[in-house]
Design a protein around this ligand. Structure first.
Ligand code: PLP
Length: 464
């Protein structure tokens, strides 16, 4: 890609994360892929279909345990991304034990029209721990499918088909999920998306496009625009969003209360996608507990128990929406998978018993405080935001204009990797920190020190 293309595509191509087509990625490979890794890297590149955010990959892993991933050369990295599946730590021993026990029971899969005790216990557990009367579950293999189920339920309940979701959001790879997602990366070049998918602005206080100086003004403008869509495109089935955006931007409680009120006034359901934020990540068991209870809560990722071999997801909703007697909204082969249910139950129990959500709240506050201290030291840090262990560092090349430091962010990411910290960028310039919730303060200090060093090196003019 020549430099002109690079500039032109800077924003678009990296909206979801760092990509594998840059010159710095090439340098990372040349420096870091050695011996065994190089051989397997080349084979992966040869046999998998290539796509921007995955293949060719960064590196080849041999292990994922606790807060760490490890490559084939034995190098360990604190994983600040983990694709969100690692809340209780990768390969948590309690989860592995539960899976082994379930394997010994000789019941892993459960054909449709039958049920099993782990699946029932998981649904019962979710009814107990989710807030505000959420009590009816439906499970499926992955987050994208769970999003489809939530949309289909909302459409069945309301008899309508239109939705409002948010620009820059990601809700999965399926057709419905990609239609409500707000990134060009997943919709461009695929022809018409699902009809009726409207989008609205998420209240971004640091980067609000109107130049407002108070959160109240930003909230009011976002709510005004949402109401405009509800009025001009009547008969809306649902508003769907992550309670806190992936970047992350943490909206006020006032904002979500306003959205909920609008939903009630216009007869739309409120759906929260907590596929990343559920199960303790934001300092409460569920992120919606900071704001309002949705009509449908979508869960995934860590529900599979951080084992990676057991993807599992689902929705939880209210008794009054148990209305699909004559239709199926989630006719998935693995709807009541016993093995995945056992893993999910063990994961949830581990989080509860070890108060990982409270730990995330405390360590998150500490981390934000340390990062804000770094902000005073580094002009590249424009803004730090987050809740619990869901944190982002917005890197800027100009503090006043807030121009996104896209190239610098990528170099910092590769420098962090070489120093043993795996993080990813989002929207081109935001470094995201979403470690396993079992991370200790000392480990977090080590991670912050690495980030500090990496940013310092780039500010001192060191290229990658
Ligand atoms: C917020 C959000 N929603 C939905 C999904 C889709 O989940 P899955 O990849 O399990 O289909 C993701 C995946 O990254 C996500 O981050």
């Amino acid at each position: 890609m020549d430099s002109q293309d690079r500039t032109k595509n800077k924003r678009i191509e990296r909206e979801q994360g760092d990509v594998n087509t840059t010159a710095d990625r090439q340098k990372y490979w040349e420096r870091n892929l050695k011996d065994a890794s190089k051989k397997w890297f080349d084979e992966d590149k040869k046999y998998f279909l290539h796509q921007s955010l995955s293949t060719p990959v960064l590196n080849v892993l041999s292990k994922a345990r606790g807060i760490y991933i490890q490559d084939l050369n034995g190098k360990k990295y604190i994983d600040m991304h983990g694709n969100g599946v690692h809340n209780a730590g990768f390969n948590n021993p309690a989860v592995i034990e539960a899976v082994k026990k379930q394997l010994d029971e000789d019941l892993t899969f459960c054909p449709r029209r039958y049920t099993n005790i782990p699946a029932i216990e998981l649904a019962k557990k979710l009814a107990e721990i989710t807030p505000g009367g959420l009590c009816r579950s439906l499970f499926c293999p992955g987050g994208s499918e769970a999003i489809e189920m939530a949309l289909m339920l909302a459409k069945q309940v309301t008899g309508r088909f239109k939705t409002i979701s948010f620009w820059d959001s990601f809700h999965g790879a399926g057709r419905g999920a990609a239609s409500i997602g707000g990134e060009e990366h997943f919709s461009g070049g695929f022809g018409p998306m699902v009809p009726g998918a409207y989008h609205a602005e998420f209240p971004n206080y640091y980067r609000n496009p109107w130049g407002f100086t108070s959160e109240e003004e930003v909230d009011a403008e976002c709510l005004r625009q949402m109401e405009l869509v509800l009025k001009r495109a009547p008969e809306m089935a649902a508003v769907i969003g992550e309670p806190i955006s992936a970047t992350p931007v943490v909206p006020s409680r006032r904002y979500w209360q306003g959205v909920k009120e609008l939903c009630e006034n216009y007869g739309a359901l409120l759906i929260f996608d907590e596929i990343i934020e559920g199960f303790g990540r934001t300092g409460k068991l569920f992120a919606c507990e900071h704001f309002v209870t949705p009509d449908i809560l979508v869960l995934g990722k860590s529900m599979g128990g951080g084992l990676r071999l057991l993807p599992f997801a689902g929705i939880v909703t209210h008794e009054k929406y148990n209305i699909c007697r004559h239709r199926s909204i989630g006719h998935y082969t693995h709807e009541k998978n016993a093995l995945c249910s056992a893993a999910a139950l063990a994961e949830i129990n581990y989080i509860e018993e070890n108060n990982l959500h409270e730990h995330a709240a405390e360590l998150g506050d500490y981390t934000l405080q340390r990062l804000n201290e770094l902000k005073e030291k580094h002009h590249l840090i424009g803004h730090v935001a987050g809740l619990g262990l869901h944190i982002g560092i917005d890197l800027v090349s100009n503090e006043k204009t807030k121009e996104r430091a896209v190239d610098e962010a990528e170099i910092i990411m590769f420098k962090c990797l070489e120093k043993g910290l795996s993080t990813k960028t989002i929207e081109g310039n935001v470094l995201t920190l979403r470690p396993a919730l079992v991370i200790t303060r000392a480990e977090m200090d080590r991670a912050i020190d690495i980030i500090d060093q990496a940013i310092g090196e780039v500010e001192a003019g060191k290229k990658y």
